[in-house]
Design a protein around this ligand. Structure first.
Ligand code: SF4
Ligand code: SF4
Length: 429
């Protein structure tokens, strides 16, 4: 039996979200680790006593609806958790097979999975390679920093197991995106973290995700393990300074890509720095759909795909409103901010602070983002000028070297001059 729905419809907004992202959690929030900062653990209460396993029937219905709901040829099938590898490899083999059966001839499908890496072995790595999976791997830096919070249920560090999993991926040539949570334990050691990823892991794709969690008390405060706002700004700025002088075009850091996109007026690839959001829903193991992975809570339950097609839930007035609120609920302080075009108030989940004039809804990380976006402003302008001139942003490294030497703001002419000098020194044209 399948659970394909001839179903109830939601009030659908035409034209909304032609491209979107659905994150499916086949084991719900269940995980084989017990990371101290993990916000999913408290979500156990949402489905108490539930076995949290996506059934074969629901998997087929989900993939069918996901493919049908897309109005652009590119489709991403994205798995996360909890820990999705706890479903076992056969679940993903079946998923890939179903996608091949169900997709339309014009559709191009990218498979992705977000994992803590501890269950990965040679078989997983070969499977990911054979089906071109992009694997997001959670690593918080070298051993001491990673093991600060990323522990198992006995409280033991997981670094060795994660690195063993990573070595399998690397040996198989799988594309890996390192996801680093930035928290109280690693916030003051940006270069150690970055260089570990770049030099020891030889990672080329990285994301730095700020940990901002609130305590469960009646009057919540920011949890101690959260990253400090200013420290986060310094963390990003310090890594940027190293990256922009030697790694542009070689290492891809999501924050930097998003900042550059906003500088050139292109849509950033990450929702938190877009003006509006809402195009990234979560599909739970039982088919429940929530507005966003950061809002898996009863107030943001849109419906269930057994009753209402995923596309209708995604394009419902409620979800469109959710996405527009990111812009419409910005406090006046943000609307007047010089770096708003790059920051856009970041994620509404983090808007738990109060502006200097007492308005609620300011991002807890505001001071850090201001610091970072102001710090990168000049190099970002240079890189966007280069892009507009049809040149590679990587030339900015030469430009900044010219600035460092001359002590004045650099221009595109400086880039050309710096390049000529460098090439002359190398004996090249
Ligand atoms: S709520 Fe935050 S994480 Fe969710 S879609 Fe909006 S910006 Fe992205
Ligand atoms: S830097 Fe602060 S004030 Fe400016 S847009 Fe971001 S959160 Fe708002």
């Amino acid at each position: 039996m399948t659970v394909d729905p001839p179903v109830r419809s939601a009030a659908v907004v035409p034209g909304a979200f032609p491209a979107f992202h659905a994150l499916a959690k086949p084991r719900g929030s269940i995980c084989n680790l017990d990371c101290e900062y993990c916000y999913f653990l408290s979500k156990d209460e949402l489905y108490p006593g539930d076995r949290s396993r996506m059934s074969a029937e629901l998997l087929e219905a989900y993939l069918r609806q996901l493919l049908e709901a897309h109005r652009v040829p590119e489709v991403t099938v994205a798995w996360q958790g909890g820990e999705p590898t706890m479903m076992g490899l056969d679940f993903f083999r079946r998923s890939v097979r179903l996608v091949e059966e169900l997709k339309a001839p014009h559709q191009r499908v990218q498979h992705t999975i977000q994992t803590n890496g501890v269950l990965l072995d040679e078989r997983w790595a070969e499977f990911f390679r054979d089906h071109d999976f992009l694997v997001g791997l959670s690593v918080d830096g070298p051993r001491e920093l990673h093991d600060r919070y990323r522990v198992d249920r006995r409280g033991s560090g997981t670094f060795d197991r994660v690195m063993a999993g990573y070595e399998h991926l690397r040996a198989a040539g799988v594309d890996v995106n390192v996801l680093c949570a930035v928290h109280a334990g690693n916030q003051h050691r940006p270069l150690e973290v970055y260089r570990f990823f770049r030099d020891r892991m030889e990672a080329r794709f990285m994301q730095f995700i700020p940990v901002v969690e609130r305590t469960a008390e009646a009057t919540p405060t920011i949890a101690d393990h959260s990253v400090h706002p200013e420290a986060f700004g310094t963390f990003l700025s310090t890594i940027f300074d190293e990256w922009v002088r030697r790694d542009v075009g070689v290492v891809f850091v999501q924050h930097f890509d998003a900042a550059l996109a906003n500088h050139v007026g292109a849509p950033p690839a990450v929702c938190v720095f877009a003006e509006t959001c809402g195009g990234a829903v979560v599909v739970e193991h039982n088919g429940d759909v929530y507005s966003c992975d950061h809002f898996v809570e009863p107030d943001h339950l849109l419906g269930n795909i057994v009753e209402t097609p995923l596309g209708d839930l995604l394009r419902s007035q409620r979800q469109v409103r959710f996405g527009l609120d990111k812009r419409d609920r910005l406090p006046a302080y943000c609307r007047q901010c010089a770096v708003r075009f790059a920051c856009h108030g970041e994620c509404p989940k983090h808007r738990v602070a109060t502006t200097p004039d007492g308005e609620r809804g300011l991002n807890h990380l505001c001071a850090g983002y201001r610091r970072f976006f102001e710090h990168v402003d000049e190099p970002m302008r240079l890189m966007s000028d280069l892009l507009r001139a049809g040149r590679a942003p990587a030339e900015a490294s030469a430009l900044l070297a010219a600035r460092d030497e001359s002590g004045r703001a650099a221009t595109l002419t400086d880039v050309s001059e710096a390049r000529s000098v460098r090439n002359a020194r190398r004996g090249t044209r």
